[in-house]
Write a protein of this length. Structure first.
Lengths: 152, 786
């Protein structure tokens, strides 16, 4: 309830979350042949459960509270497991925890769910590029950067 | 002279004797002092040991295991009935006003409840009054009861589902002195130690009496041990009947009585006494024993039940009610006689108890330790993933992934469907196992280790190792797709003979004993054709298939024999579940988890094993395979699933049947859940069930009863779709036109033409030849497409 009420107060972050969700709605499901849309639709003026959790996790990431952000994101993923933005945020958490291998893996997972969301795909490759650089793998870092450039 | 002579040495002798005496006295005193010191030291040592042990045991509070917390949010598929069920499991009480934490009040489709404070790994979730409104099968809105403010999410404190000592391989339900009912205490004293409240740890009268009885009988028939001595024995000593042990036991018993009150010792005894064996786990204490044998709390035991448990102290396995019913019953009657003689029970109670049947019930009383099969997995993952020193604290909280809703449905439908299947096949003794996990999180939501969820013993979900039959085929085709095959690659489902040095020739056959000629790869998977699978598997190499199975998450060595391609290798349902988890998650390996986090009693996070992912197979290859697995359900061996789960769910799955129909398997996943079902017999004899006829029915019934989401397969980059004309005349199995996905650049430009079996070249008899010819043949076929 804490997170929920925090989010319901005016907060620029839930707008971010809302935008993310809308983005997902537009791009998240690109599989052919088409299947029924099941991504949770945010009510007109309300944050979705996953959206509010994402915003809360995002705040924690900004504040360097990575462990709490991780737990919150796991909750969000339980609610909306196919939401690629949640997996990307998890990659950010892993990066913050200096677990660069997992940061890359979560970006790959996010990409596998991103469909045609080029904004997200680009962000994933950029983060992967930074993670590879941290791991000292400059070749892969460079490749990832190029893929980020190609994602637009 | 003589005398003198005699006396001279006499004088000297006297002196000598004197000095000898004084020497002896000195030595004796020395020895006495030394041994006194030694005894004091020894007693002191024993004292320390016993106090350390007793204090340690006395304050040892078991870990409590929780289910997953229920998260409610608008649009969640959930009903008020389900919520009420959850709340009751969590110990909520129905309360007209729902005014205090842990209370709820339901008015039709509106539920008012007040949650309780709960510490999660991400912090404290404060108690809150919440109103949940439902419309149809969904949550419509959640509001704060006081302000009416809308909430996007409400997390309810989770239900307690069990407790155990993580470091000890035994369960315990720890009782305090006030938890011990009078009936139990009085009966215990009447039977085991009549002078308990008088003696000082040892009861000389009882020992003398026992000696007489034993002498007369010529063997040991009665023990003179007090409860205190028995407790000491349980704590420290082995079961050998040596004098040394008896002495130690007596000293320690006296020491124990010096330090602790009678009530403290009695309570420790009641928690410590060994009362049976549950598989590999010892059952200690009356608290656990009454759960284990009667599924009820100690305070609810009847005189007959108390008598049975007390009777079992003498020999828990000798008087085991489940194995030696008659013997146990006789012993109980003896105990009842003693209870009446000491006026612990009235004549009327005695008569009722004496006439009572020996019940060791399967029926359920409370929600505690209600999911033993799941808890077993919790215990194993604790052992595996957590360091021992992390688990030393008292009162740890173990937050698990168990979803009570799913678990209830799994238990219900496994049990009911197996009964139906028994009637249909006319064979009794069927068993089964189920594991359900979340598709993208790898969290195990429910687990059944047998058809009777409360019956302790063999946990088939974890420990049954059975040939997986055709469940291995997805691994074969995944390997093929990663090695140049497409879903439309023509493959020959034609007889083949395999020979290897020193072994008999092997003539594998299809389930229907027919050959199906040239078919597209996806058809071979959808219809589970054995001959085509063997040819494909041999072409790519059995070792590569074994490697795929390993990368899918079954990290074991399997001999790369051709029979591996038809699933001869045995696996547990849990291993199968992990293997398909990787496919369901799009090629990402995620270790399946049952523990979310472990917190100390003061709510510090001990350690978290969070979500982790590792890409093991390229997303595009898995995408192709999963599309083919959907066709298993839409047009293949699992077509009958449609009568349970509607088409739009688009389940991807695979049936599996082992030789002679000994094992019936089904694995499938929806948009949100993966489930594995095994049905078979413990004695490994035929079941007369195929995968679709047995396990799939259980799977279908479970999913039918749960809200499930449609399976969407997000399309990775570089996928092309093409309409494939299999060229096959329309028949029962195939539609003439099929849309299939291909990796960019591999889409066939020509129609795939299938030829009837008889027009095909005769297959080469030996494996080596096939390998050669096969490779050439496939190359030719594939070259048509490039």
């Amino acid at each position: 309830m804490k997170t929920a009420s925090r989010i319901l107060a005016w907060n620029p972050l839930w707008i971010v979350a809302l935008l993310c969700s809308v983005n997902l709605l537009l791009h998240g499901c690109a599989a052919k042949p088409p299947v029924r849309e099941t991504v949770a639709r945010p009510p007109a003026r309300e944050a979705t459960a996953a959206g509010s959790l994402l915003a809360s996790a995002h705040q924690d990431v900004q504040a360097g509270q990575f462990n709490r952000a991780e737990a919150t994101l796991e909750r969000a993923i339980r609610v909306e497991p196919r939401n690629a933005w949640l997996w990307h945020e998890m990659a950010q958490v892993k990066f913050g925890q200096e677990d660069y291998g997992q940061a890359v893996q979560f970006c790959l997972k996010a990409n596998s769910l991103a469909g045609r969301d080029s904004t997200l795909i680009r962000q994933n490759w950029l983060l992967m590029s930074r993670a590879y650089a941290k791991m000292g793998d400059m070749d892969k870092a460079e490749q990832a950067k190029m893929k980020a450039g190609a994602a637009n | 002279m003589f005398k003198k002579k005699k006396s001279a040495p006499g004088k000297g002798q006297k002196k000598k004797i004197k000095s000898l005496r004084s020497a002896i006295t000195t030595v004796a005193i020395f020895v006495l002092v030394l041994s006194s010191v030694a005894i004091i030291f020894y007693a002191n040592y024993l004292d320390k040991v016993i106090r350390a042990k007793f204090d340690g045991k006395r304050w040892s509070i078991p870990a409590v295991v929780y289910a997953r917390p229920l998260e409610l949010y608008p649009d969640l598929a959930f009903t008020p009935d389900m919520l009420e069920e959850e709340l009751q499991l969590g110990g909520y009480r129905k309360d007209q006003k729902a005014s205090a934490p842990g209370g709820y009040d339901r008015k039709g489709n509106v539920m008012h409840l007040v949650t309780r404070d709960f510490h999660f790994s991400d912090g404290l979730e404060k108690s809150a009054g919440v109103t949940v409104e439902f419309i149809g099968q969904r949550v419509a809105a959640i509001t704060r009861t006081d302000t009416g403010e809308r909430l996007s999410l409400a997390r309810i404190d989770p239900a307690r589902i069990g407790s155990f000592h993580p470091r000890e391989h035994e369960d315990r339900v720890v009782l305090t002195r006030t938890d011990l009912p009078d009936l139990l205490v009085k009966s215990l004293i009447a039977v085991e130690d009549q002078h308990y409240y008088i003696h000082f740890g040892v009861d000389p009268l009882a020992i003398i009496r026992a000696m007489f009885v034993n002498l007369r009988a010529g063997e040991t028939v009665q023990g003179g041990s007090t409860l205190t001595q028995q407790l000491v024995k349980n704590f420290f000593l082995n079961n050998q009947r040596t004098l040394w042990r008896k002495i130690n036991e007596a000293i320690m018993a006296v020491l124990l009585e010096m330090h602790y009150t009678k009530d403290e010792i009695l309570t420790a005894y009641a928690n410590e006494i060994f009362l049976g064996q549950d598989g590999g786990r010892a059952v200690h204490g009356f608290g656990l024993a009454s759960q284990f044998y009667f599924r009820r709390d100690v305070k609810d035991l009847s005189p007959a039940q108390v008598a049975m448990l007390i009777g079992m102290i003498k020999g828990p396995s000798y008087y085991d009610p489940r194995r030696n019913e008659e013997r146990c019953l006789q012993r109980r009657q003896v105990v009842l006689d003693m209870m009446r003689a000491d006026q612990v029970i009235t004549e009327e109670q005695y008569q009722t108890a004496k006439a009572a049947r020996l019940e060791s019930s399967d029926t359920i009383m409370s929600g505690f330790n209600r999911y033993p099969a799941f808890l077993e997995l919790v215990r194993r993952q604790l052992d595996r993933d957590y360091r021992e020193e992390d688990l030393t604290g008292d009162g740890l909280k173990i937050l698990t992934t168990l979803d009570p809703q799913v678990q209830m449905k799994v238990e219900k439908h496994l049990s009911a469907t197996i009964s139906t299947l028994e009637k249909r096949t006319g064979r009794k003794g069927l068993e089964g196992a189920v594991i359900v996990s979340s598709r993208d999180g790898g969290e195990i939501l429910a687990l059944a280790g047998g058809r009777y969820p409360l019956k302790p013993g063999f946990n088939r979900a974890l420990d049954a190792q059975r040939p997986i039959g055709s469940l291995v085929k997805p691994a074969v085709y995944l390997t093929a797709l990663a090695n140049g095959y497409t879903l439309a690659t023509p493959v020959d489902d034609v007889a083949i003979t395999l020979a290897s040095a020193g072994a008999k020739k092997w003539h594998p056959a299809n389930f229907d004993k027919k050959e199906h000629g040239r078919v597209a790869l996806y058809e071979a998977l959808a219809h589970s054709y054995n001959l085509a699978t063997i040819r494909v598997g041999l072409d790519v190499g059995v070792a590569k298939v074994v490697d795929s199975v390993r990368r899918l998450g079954v990290d074991r060595d399997f001999a790369p024999y051709p029979s591996f391609l038809l699933g001869a290798a045995p696996m547990s349902p849990l291993e199968v579940s992990q293997m398909f988890q990787t496919l369901a998650a799009g090629g990402f390996y995620l270790p399946q988890r049952v523990i979310g986090s472990v917190l100390t009693a003061d709510n510090k996070v001990v350690k978290r094993f969070g979500l982790s992912v590792e890409q093991r197979f390229p997303a595009n290859i898995v995408f192709l395979l999963n599309n083919a697995l959907k066709r298993v359900v839409s047009e293949g061996t699992a077509e009958a699933l449609a009568s349970y789960v509607p088409d739009y769910i688009q389940v991807a799955g695979k049936t599996g049947t082992s030789d002679d129909m000994r094992d019936s398997w089904f694995v499938g996943f929806t948009g949100d859940k993966l489930a594995v079902v095994w049905v078979g017999r413990d004695d490994n004899t035929p079941t007369r069930l195929t995968g679709a006829g047995g396990a799939m029915v259980v799977w279908g019934k479970i999913m039918q009863s749960l809200p499930v989401q449609p399976l969407e397969l997000p399309e990775p980059e570089g996928i092309e779709w093409a309409r494939v004309d299999t060229g096959r005349p329309f028949d029962d199995y195939f539609s003439a036109n099929t849309m299939l996905p291909f990796l960019a650049g591999t889409t066939p430009r020509q129609t795939v033409i299938a030829r009837p079996a008889e027009q095909q070249p005769a297959p080469p008899p030996a494996a080596e030849k096939l390998q050669q010819a096969g490779t050439g043949l496939w190359k030719t076929i594939r070259s048509w497409f490039h």
